[in-house]
Design a protein around this ligand. Structure first.
Ligand code: CUO
Length: 662
């Protein structure tokens, strides 16, 4: 009887662990105060973390327990990074340790084992490795579909706020005085770069960037991710183009690329502290590149770059077994993305190296290249913090220019690549004003502070300025000759350069921002599309605060009700940053709308699905990229003559973006 009751209890616990509310609750509890042991108030999870014997559950691993055995051995041998130490993905051994846990979690047949292994290893691994591994595993595991990842800026606030805010948060805690702290952007007005710090330091943009790298890890060897290399190019090209647009509206020239042979013009003082390991290192202006001892030499970057440029100009890359892979085609950009990043999809890592990844390390270590001062890695070595450093955009402009060298070699589109004779666009207009403004946004710092279970938390939060825009809609009126599915693409492109010289299409096309892409059912006759800005396929709404997620999941579990299933991506540009900043008297942009055939859709029923929201920069989890055309089409090829684009299904108009104080 006793064992029967026990079996029933276990079955009940298994069944409950598998519903979304319980899953969300478990993930919340695993991430709550991640630098301290699991809280006693999470009794079940705490008990599991103490009593769980991982190796007794090998038969619930899809790989027969192989990954599990490996990790358990490393833990038992005391071979793992200690707790209370910084973690960097660019540190080879630390990355390996995090991947070991990711492999264990992804091998779990059911969420119950996912949760139990996670609870056990949370108490036996470095906290940074654990948090990274859990985020990546939740992103990719089928057992966690529907779970919402809490905002990283509230789980690991040190990576998103500055030292001043953290210090003041401690004061609030020590004096037991609730506090709402104002966070300022780094630097002073003497630094022109500070004018665009609101973009590089935006916590939503940084969250998008770090999640992008969790969706598309360079070390990934799991299921095949479609067009991963091309997405690396496109998502980062768009980040750079968006940064350039912000510069133009702040009276700054577009960013110049980085040169290995010249000093790094802009210095950077991050004013940011690691949770463990001290301050992030600073770099003075005009620092000449130095080799990073034992890791990477400057001349290796030049060698790698020249091999890649050779491949571009030959029109083929050479695979590891010496075969030519031709790249002067639509697929080429994907292969180049794999090579330049580089990811495990690169056809020849020994020869083409890892230009991008080593560049991040090289830039991150310039404060202590010989390792004399035992400095922790710089902001460039973390995807959460990298865009704060102006050298990030220089680096990505440099790589972007290499990609463009390849793209600009390809033949320009001809009329039949652009014309869709079924459609004639009659008018495109904006309903509502295009207005940007700054607002304050508050997030919680509770997880940044050490405490004990015996003393209640003091509410501590920080408030940051962030850009937003007024809601607006696109109205597109067009005629169709016959019923068909059609693809609609919307871009916003700077009309003038820094000197206010009007640009030709070929000059502005690489500055175009992808605003939206969607599919419509066109009916013969006149059609009218009303598309809201917040529906954009490149953006996601504000993240749900961690506290609210905890409350929602706990309530759903307590009431035995359903946790709402929301297919929101964690990867995605913040919806409020969809528009680049305007100017008080208005800044002119070209609004480019192209309607092409629905045959461009790669997935079935394109008009009935949003493809998991932010597919433009982030693809669709576990599926192919929904658009068959190259990313950036039809602005991704040279435009020798603007008149080529004078086809009825492409419409260009000029719009103004205003910036208002409030
Ligand atoms: Cu995202 Cu360099 O690839 O930071």
């Amino acid at each position: 009887m006793k064992w029967f009751l026990l079996a029933v209890a276990l079955l009940a616990s298994y069944a409950s662990a598998e519903d979304l509310a319980h899953k969300q609750q478990a993930i919340n509890q695993l991430l709550y105060k991640s630098t301290e042991p699991i809280r006693s108030k999470f009794a079940e999870l705490k008990e599991i973390s103490k009593s769980w014997k991982p190796l007794d559950h090998k038969h619930h691993c899809t790989d027969g327990g192989h990954a599990l055995e490996r990790l358990v051995k490393e833990v038992e041998d005391g071979n793992m990074l200690e707790k209370k130490h910084w973690f960097s993905l660019f540190n080879t051994r630390q990355r390996e340790e995090a991947i070991m846990l990711i492999e264990v979690l992804l091998s779990c047949t059911d969420f119950e084992y996912f949760r139990n292994h996670a609870a056990y290893f949370r108490e036996h691994m470095n906290e940074g490795e654990f948090v990274y591994a859990l985020y990546v595993a939740v992103t990719h595991s089928e057992t966690t579909t529907g779970v919402i990842l809490p905002p990283l800026y509230e789980v690991t606030p040190h990576m998103f706020t500055n030292s001043e805010a953290i210090q003041r948060a401690y004061t609030a805690k020590m004096t037991h005085t609730p506090a709402k702290l104002q966070m300022e952007f780094t630097g002073s007005k003497k630094n022109p770069e500070q004018r665009v710090a609101y973009f590089g330091e935006d916590i939503g943009m940084n969250s998008h960037h770090v999640h992008w790298h969790m969706d598309f890890p360079f070390w990934w060897e799991g299921y095949r991710i479609d067009r991963k290399g091309e997405l690396f190019f496109w998502a980062h090209h768009q980040l750079t183009a968006r940064f350039d647009a912000e510069r133009l509206s702040n009276y700054l020239p577009v960013v110049d690329e980085l040169y290995w042979s010249r000093p790094i013009e802009e210095g950077f003082a991050p004013h940011t502290t690691y949770r463990y390991g001290g301050e992030f290192p600073s770099r003075p202006d005009n620092k000449a590149f130095e080799d990073v001892e034992g890791i990477v030499k400057v001349h290796e970057m030049l060698d790698t770059e020249s091999r890649i440029r050779d491949a571009i100009h030959h029109g083929y890359v050479t695979s590891k077994d010496g075969k030519a892979i031709y790249i002067d085609n639509d697929r080429g950009i994907d292969i180049l993305g794999d090579i330049i990043e580089s990811s495990m999809y690169s056809p020849n890592i020994p020869y083409y190296g890892a230009l991008h990844n080593y560049a991040h390390i090289l830039l991150g270590r310039q404060a202590d290249p010989k390792g004399k001062f035992n400095m922790p890695p710089g902001v460039m070595e973390h995807f959460e913090t990298a865009t704060r450093d102006p050298s990030f955009f220089r680096l990505h402009k440099y790589m972007d220019n290499i990609f463009k060298e390849h793209k600009d070699k390809l033949p320009p589109y001809k009329t039949n690549d652009l014309l869709y004779s079924n459609i004639e666009i009659k008018d495109v207009s904006i309903d509502g004003e295009l207005v940007t403004y700054f607002e304050d946004f508050e997030f919680n710092l509770i997880n940044a502070l050490d405490d004990t279970e015996q003393i209640d938390d003091v509410p501590v939060s920080t408030s940051v300025h962030r850009m937003n825009h007024k809601p607006f809609d696109y109205h597109i009126i067009y005629n169709a000759k016959y019923d068909a599915v059609a693809t609609v693409r919307i871009f916003l492109c700077p009309k003038h350069d820094y000197n206010h010289i009007e640009l030709k299409m070929d000059e502005y096309r690489w500055g175009c921002l992808e605003m939206d892409k969607f599919w419509v059912d066109a009916h013969s006759g006149e059609n009218h599309i009303v598309r809201h800005a917040h529906e954009s396929s490149v953006t996601i709404p504000d993240r749900i605060p961690f506290e609210d997620l905890i409350k929602q999941a706990d309530e759903a579990v307590a009431n035995d009700s359903e946790f709402p299933r929301r297919d929101w991506r964690a990867c995605g540009h913040p919806a409020r940053l969809l528009l680049p900043k305007g100017k008080s008297k208005g800044m002119e942009f070209v609004l480019f709308v192209a309607i092409t055939s629905g045959d461009d859709a790669a997935l079935s029923k394109p008009t009935s699905s949003e493809h998991g929201s932010a597919h433009g920069y982030c693809g669709v989890r576990g599926e192919i990229y929904p658009d068959k055309r190259p990313m950036g089409y039809p602005l991704d090829r040279r435009i020798p003559d603007d008149r080529l684009y004078h086809v009825p299904n492409i419409h260009l108009s000029t719009v103004k973006v205003y910036h208002k104080k409030h």
